[in-house]
Design a protein. Structure first.
Length: 94
């Protein structure tokens, strides 16, 4: 997950967007967005979708950054892409 957060941060900075701007775009307080970016709060998929929209990027391009996902084009041949995601066990809380 840290790679995705780093990718979001790099893309955001490259585009010149502040954390406050992105937070406003996804209808969240800047402090909440900052918690997500620091790993203090879980990044949910729906939030990732909203962030991608605010950054004007596709989710897959955020995940694979700096590489860009390329869909196969039948006319120019085929392209094979492999995406590997590591999921950590969730901590059990009682």
């Amino acid at each position: 997950m840290n790679n995705i957060l780093q990718n979001i941060d790099e893309i955001r900075r490259k585009k010149g967007y502040s954390q406050e701007y992105v937070a406003q775009q996804i209808r969240m307080k800047q402090s909440g967005f900052s918690l997500i970016m620091s790993g203090g709060r879980e990044l949910k998929y729906n939030t990732l979708l909203q962030i991608a929209k605010a950054l004007q990027e596709n989710v897959i391009d955020i995940i694979t950054y700096p590489e860009k996902y390329t869909a196969a084009n039948e006319e120019s041949g085929s392209i094979e892409t492999t995406l590997q995601i590591r999921l950590d066990k969730e901590k059990e809380t009682r």
